[in-house]
Design a protein around this ligand. Structure first.
Ligand code: AHR
Length: 499
């Protein structure tokens, strides 16, 4: 395929928050994941130093917490101060010890070097409870909640800038789900109280690519919102854990931008596209495995709804399919950098996350290396480009139908702090290498940084490294240069980039 790029035409500057992540009180994400007091690898706050180090290596910009479904019956006051009150987590149907709460989370974010982003309980919670949380975190000393924070040993405000009202409150599975009318009103009142407490916060609210939901939400609350939250999990396997095969995952990439396109259209139609940005604040190729949990059928046992979650820990499931899909998602965010300002890979640790923890260390799954490539090798300024002779292949979808898929996905960038260009080039083809011809004005040495693995099924596990970043020098650039992209690979091609 021939890639033409006009290096003078800037599409926009992407926000580094598109490389953000999410962590939820689910299975081993917090407890036994990033928070593991007593483990020799944990620090004085009980935080795993190896996980923090891995977070810093991908310059984690922002981390959404505490849920997810979990948050819709979470009461933050149970999880601060000396006396922690264990609660029953009605979403995931386990006891929540509440030993990891707001102060521990903010401390973790500061150590990881990222911005905290708190999602509030808009399921069973109230506007008052949400805004009390903002008081606790952000007021200097006024009122009982800021004073409580100080009494808990935090003299300075936590300065949490990013907040979101609710999580997937449109869904029947969510505790305290809302109708469109209820949602519009609740968000308006909550947003008003939150912004009265701290007008400097940036506020989002749970949404999806649905006209009725968003029109009600935006009519009622558009004036208060800076963000609108949407989520996407393409392989719907939360009940089955039967991962779609590589080709079917590539078929999902055809649909990777559809909710962004729809929500953006709606924001434009309502004259809000310059005011409100999209926070794609949960995304992953595959849904998390938690069968039977959102069921109203009584009598299901823990063997049926609780223990199966351990199967999320099978590292062989996280292959080049996840990596290639994730790179296409990040390309989409770069391409839509004028409207997508934040995204959160769901989750960062364990379950289907990019970092897996065990007692003696961590495994960096294939998706971790995608973040490493994009964060550490790609530029921040997205340039205009177009493709000639895009290769297409009919691949079998999950249902078995043949679907045409574009095999290459390419984004061209430059750097605002350095010379040179970086091209993110994804080859989705599961069996063939593909040639990319670079038709652009540039000079300097060319290097390629990539992951491919030795098959589509390559994965990383304890003592097994099937996917790692490789680096090659390709010589001096000349216009029309051809670069070979390995099968099922994620590549960053740097041209004239100074170290
Ligand atoms: O399966 C995990 C859940 O996915 C998250 O808690 C929720 O926000 C989403 O539906």
């Amino acid at each position: 395929m021939k890639l033409h790029a006009d290096t003078r035409r800037i599409l926009g500057k992407r926000d580094r928050m598109i490389y953000g992540h999410f962590i939820e009180h689910f299975h081993r994400q917090i407890y036994g994941g990033v928070y593991d007091p007593g483990n020799p690898l944990s620090d004085e706050d009980g935080l795993r130093t190896d996980v923090l180090e891995a977070m810093r290596r991908i310059h984690l910009p922002v981390l959404r917490w505490p849920g997810g479904c979990f948050v819709s019956s979470y009461h933050w006051k149970d999880a601060v101060g000396e006396k922690r009150i264990p609660s029953y987590d009605k979403a995931w149907r386990v006891e929540e010890p509440n030993t990891f709460g707001t102060d521990e989370y903010v401390a973790m974010c500061r150590k990881a070097g990222c911005e905290p982003y708190i999602c509030t309980n808009a399921g069973t919670g109230t506007a008052e409870e949400m805004s009390d949380w903002v008081e606790y975190c952000n007021l200097e000393s006024e009122g009982q909640y800021a004073k409580w924070r100080i009494a808990n040993g935090h003299r300075e405000p936590h300065k949490v800038k990013y907040w979101s009202i609710g999580n997937e409150n449109y869904g029947f599975w969510e505790i305290g789900a809302k109708s469109t009318d209820e949602w519009g009103r609740l968000v308006a009142e909550s947003a008003k109280m939150i912004k009265h407490v701290d007008p400097t916060v940036e506020l989002s609210a749970a949404a999806l690519a649905d006209i009725d939901w968003n029109v009600q939400l935006l009519k009622n609350s558009g004036q208060f919102l800076d963000w609108i939250s949407i989520h996407g999990y393409w392989d719907p396997i939360h009940e089955t854990n039967d991962c779609a095969d590589y080709d079917a995952c590539m078929v999902y990439t055809n649909d990777i931008d559809s909710s962004v396109v729809k929500v953006r259209g709606l924001l434009s139609a309502m004259g809000l596209d310059k005011k409100i940005k999209i926070a794609f604040d949960e995304w992953n190729l595959r849904g998390w495995y938690h069968p039977n949990v959102h069921s109203i059928v009584q009598g299901v046992t823990k063997e049926e709804y609780l223990y199966p979650r351990d199967k999320n820990d099978d590292n062989t499931l996280y292959t080049m399919a996840d990596a290639v899909f994730s790179a296409c998602f990040l390309n989409m965010c770069n391409r839509f950098c004028d409207i997508v300002g934040m995204a959160s890979f769901a989750p960062i640790v364990n379950t289907r996350g990019c970092i897996y923890t065990h007692k003696e260390g961590i495994v960096l799954r294939s998706t971790y290396h995608v973040f490493d490539l994009y964060v550490n090798y790609l530029g921040d300024t997205v340039l205009d480009s177009w493709n000639e002779e895009m290769p297409l292949k009919a691949l079998k979808s999950r249902k078995g139908d043949p679907v045409d898929v574009e095999l290459l996905d390419v984004v061209v960038t430059s750097f605002s702090d350095r010379k040179g260009y970086a091209v993110a080039a994804v080859n989705k083809d599961g069996c063939c290498a593909r040639k990319l011809t670079l038709d652009m004005e540039a000079e300097g040495d060319v290097s390629i940084h990539y992951i491919s693995g030795d098959s589509t099924e390559a994965y990383n596990d304890i003592g097994h490294e099937g996917v790692q970043i490789l680096h090659e020098k390709l010589g001096a650039f000349s216009r029309g240069m051809e670069v070979e992209l390995k099968p099922h690979s994620v590549n960053i091609i740097q041209i004239g980039v100074e170290e």
